[in-house]
Design a protein around this ligand. Sequence first.
Ligand code: 2AM
Length: 185
Amino acid sequence: MIASRRLFFALALPEAVSQQITQWRAEQFPEETGRPVAAGNLHLTLAFLGDVSAEKQRALLSAAIRLQQKSFNFSLDDCGHWPGSGVVWLGMRRAPRGLVQLAQWLRSRAARSGCYQSPLPYHPHITLFRQATQAVALPPGTPGWRVEIDSFGLYASIYQHGRTLYELLENWPLAPREGSAPEDR
Ligand code: 2AM
């Protein structure tokens, strides 16, 4: 039998930003909001793959290495609550083209490998709380953290001793942006 693992492509946040986000979260949201995601687990999912066999994982790895995509940046200037899934999230009002293209490419490659992809539009977000099923008073704004992204990774989600851990399996660099202008791409 081939072992399968629960996998997803995602962007990691710089550690300093993760720390600032968790500090802001503790100041802005009451404890009863939901189950906070640990600072080290904060990430932005590009494509969720579900349970993937070792064979399919190999195919996805070799496809991802061929991907040509430039680095990009974004501001985490939006925050919201999806009561249905119990998620309080941090996101962006305007997603850069580079992020949307990267996610679309990975999602369509995943679909071609037989990984189910939700028909809902892709909404890039970082989950701050889970199990937030009651009404949440959202803060009036966010500090708008600016994040530079120059790589993406394939992660395995591992549930162990009552905790979820994300293991980075592979990381791919994105190409440098032309020039140094801090514009979105
Ligand atoms: P979430 O943060 O919005 O829950 C690892 O579980 C990552 O994959 C999480 O970022 C999670 O998104 C996402 N994920 C889990 N199950 C998913 C599903 N069925 N469809 C899309 N994304 C999913």
